[in-house]
Every structure is written in C-alpha cells, then in structure tokens.
Write a protein that binds this ligand. Structure first.
Ligand code: FMN
Length: 175
C-alpha cells in the first residue's frame, strides 16, 4: 500500500473533479490518496507521502503562478519520490493535441520549470459558459470560434476522456 499525495490547482473545480476520480481509481488498488490544493497558502508535509502527483488547469495560456511557485519551492522533495504531473485544458479536446508530446501548453510548461516529472498526462477540460463572467465568456467563445469549437453561450461540455484518467490512475498506482 502506498500513501499518495495529489496536489491540485483549479479555478472552476474541474481539475479537482479529475483528482477525485483519480483518488477512486488509485484507492481501488489499496492505496491511500490525500488531495490538497496548491491555490491557498496552507502547507502539507510532503515527506509523509510515498508518491506525489501535481495537477493544474490552464487559464489564458498558462498554469497559475502558484503552480510554478509550488514546484520551485518543493523541487528537491518532488525529485526524491515517484512523481507525476498532469495538465487540464480545452485545447486537449483535439486528438492531435491530447498527449504530453503534442500539447502546446504542457510542452511550454516543461521548458519553463526545472522539475522533470517522471510521468505526464494531459486531459481535456470542461467548457461551462454559463458560470463564466461576461468578459471570460466572450473571450473563450471567440477562441472557440477560431478553433472550431462550440460557441453557443449556454454550452456546458465535459471534454474529459475519463478512460484516459482511469489509465493515468493505474499508472500512478504502479509507478
Ligand atoms: C477564463 C478561462 C480561460 C481559459 N483559457 C484557456 C486556454 O488558454 N487554453 C485552453 O486550452 N483552455 C483554456 N480554458 C479552459 C480550461 O482550461 C478548462 O475549462 C478547464 O477544465 C478548467 O479547469 P479548472 O475548472 O480546474 O480550472 C480557459 C477557461 C477559462 C474559464
């Protein structure tokens, strides 16, 4: 049995939903999973865990500053244990951009950080126009229009391939 920490950064809750799914998959194999946010200043004793997974969503082309900060402040302990990172973004709804080697955000992110995660994943995120501010909704609709995605302002679509999340959960259990 392994004691696994999943640290997440989310704005609208979808990354947390993915983490909760991962927790279910990983705990089926007799492991224990703790979820903790990177978005507040509360700290967690990483040394108490056997494996560490970080997951974060993209907003306007980037992961949040807190994600960079977290990695920078904890690089040594991250490197000392089996570890993984996953990114959540809607560009990954496109089959040609849904792998770590082909997703532009993850590729760029890995060049910006010193940490080299042992395992990587990219998951397509969720579009939820009704909950966005007017400003965000208009911008995302424009981006969707440019990239041939849905533009109806009532659209709520979960693009996540949950089988892919399941497979990543197995990978984390085995790493
Ligand atoms: C304001 C805003 C900006 C976003 N910017 C991007 C983006 O630049 N590229 C992208 O692929 N997805 C973008 N997304 C989509 C999010 O990555 C997606 O909705 C994800 O599921 C959000 O996860 P979270 O709820 O954990 O924050 C954006 C979403 C919002 C609301």
């Amino acid at each position: 049995m392994a004691n696994i920490l999943i640290m997440y950064s989310t704005t609208d809750g979808h990354t947390l939903e993915i983490c909760q799914y991962l927790k279910k998959v990983i705990e089926r194999k007799d492991n224990r999973v703790t979820l903790h946010s990177m978005d507040d200043d509360s700290s967690v004793d990483m040394s108490a865990f056997d494996k560490i997974v970080l997951g974060a969503s993209i907003r306007y082309g980037k992961h949040g500053k807190q994600v960079y900060r977290y990695i920078k402040n904890n690089q040594q302990i991250l490197d000392s244990k089996p570890n993984a990172f996953f990114s959540v973004n809607v560009v990954a709804r496109k089959p040609e951009k849904n792998r770590p080697e082909t997703n532009p955000y993850l590729k760029k992110f890995l060049k910006q950080i010193a940490w080299q995660p042992r395992e990587l994943a990219v998951f397509a995120g969720k579009l939820n126009y009704p909950i966005y501010t007017l400003w965000d909704r208009q911008i995302i609709r424009f981006i969707m229009w440019m990239t041939k995605g849905p533009t109806d302002p009532d659209t709520v679509i979960d693009f996540t391939d949950w089988n892919q999340v399941e497979a990543f959960g197995q990978l984390v259990s085995d790493m």
